[in-house]
Design a binder for this molecule. Sequence first.
Ligand code: ADP
Length: 432
Amino acid sequence: MTKKIFFSIFITSVLSVAVAMFLTVSGQQTLKEIIRIFFYIFLVVCALSVILSKNIVKPVKNIDLDNPKPRKSYKELFPILDRLKAQNGKVNRQKTELINSREQFSIITENMKEGIIIADSKTVILACNSGAYRLLGIEPLKKGQSIYALSQEDIFRRCIQDAMGGRNAECLLKSEQGDRKIIASPANSAETINGIVVFILDVTEQQKLENMRREFTSNVSHELKTPLTTIYGISDMLANGIVKPEDFTDFGQQIRNEAERLIILIDDIVSLSKLDENSVPEQNEPIDLYSLSEEILSRLSKNSSDRNITSSLSGEHIVFTGNRTIIDEIIYNLCDNAIKYNVDGGSFDVRISHIPMKAVITVSDTGIGISDEHIDRIFERFYRADKSHSRKINGTGLGLSIVKHGVSYHGGTVRVTSSEKGSVFIVELPLK
Ligand code: ADP
């Protein structure tokens, strides 16, 4: 490049000197003509400069800045181009690393069932996985939208505002899609808040369990309180000597009944809690379902004969391997109900059979039946269909819950069909 510059200066100088010498030597031209001749020289020099400079700049213009090849340019530019090449390499490496880590981040977050959102300090969403949109039940937003556009709920807005103000915040969003827990944390560096990270968790199941637990606790307290209140009332009257001696037996009977009710209730609660916590010891043993049913029917024979109810047992001696106490409770509760909710002089049948890979226990009765409005709820804890009628019949509302839990403990299923003529409970247990 230097050579070319020197060469153009040299040509221009030679040209000017030659003309000047000619004019001086000839001495014929007037000043005006000399000026004109210099003007022409000036034009020629300008034209030459344009042509030469284009020629000089061409190789510089042709440099591929993304991939500079120093050896194909002016040697004065070699060091700059070498550094440019090294710099380009570094930038490309960093770019690849950045793309890789973004891809990795997106693969990880897209496979999360939780929602994750990252927003900058102006609340603009920088990243939002599809889990977040799914959990909030909305379509993906366009780029550059504010995090506030994700939900119109006040509680959500306040949660985000708290995080933007530098405080960790949590809230619960309830919607048709279910219950969502929002956890928003500020992303601070030194004193400044660079943005926030928001997690969205599906807590529907958790909330349901929590509600069930609360309901259970309040039901238990109520169910325990009722017999205790009666016992307290009667014993108070006895203590104050206001009960006539001829009424002693009657009051004594009442205390015994209520105490019995308490014992049954506590036994049921204990059974259910054990099943709930999966704390039943794994004591599996072969059980002949037919023989066990026979034993249970004989245990219940007094209850049925008191009301003139006949029982029958049919089917095969199927051997099922499981927990004897739980299987006993399942069959006992179903038979007990078949007696309790039967009509005087009615009957019920226990049938043990099998289908491929499954043992089947069917308990059918000629009882009062269960109406459609109640049938879906009878397996719930403390649920008693037709409360006014059920109240006359001893029960805790926990029997069928124990049946359901006990059956699912063994990997089986229980279903019921019912009409005014009676009910049929079918338990299927997998044979190993
Ligand atoms: P409990 O018998 O202690 O009330 P369960 O959980 O065993 O509680 O039963 C729940 C409810 O389901 C009962 O209160 C009763 O209304 C209904 N039920 C259960 N078994 C029968 C049956 N065989 N026939 C009619 N109703 C029944």
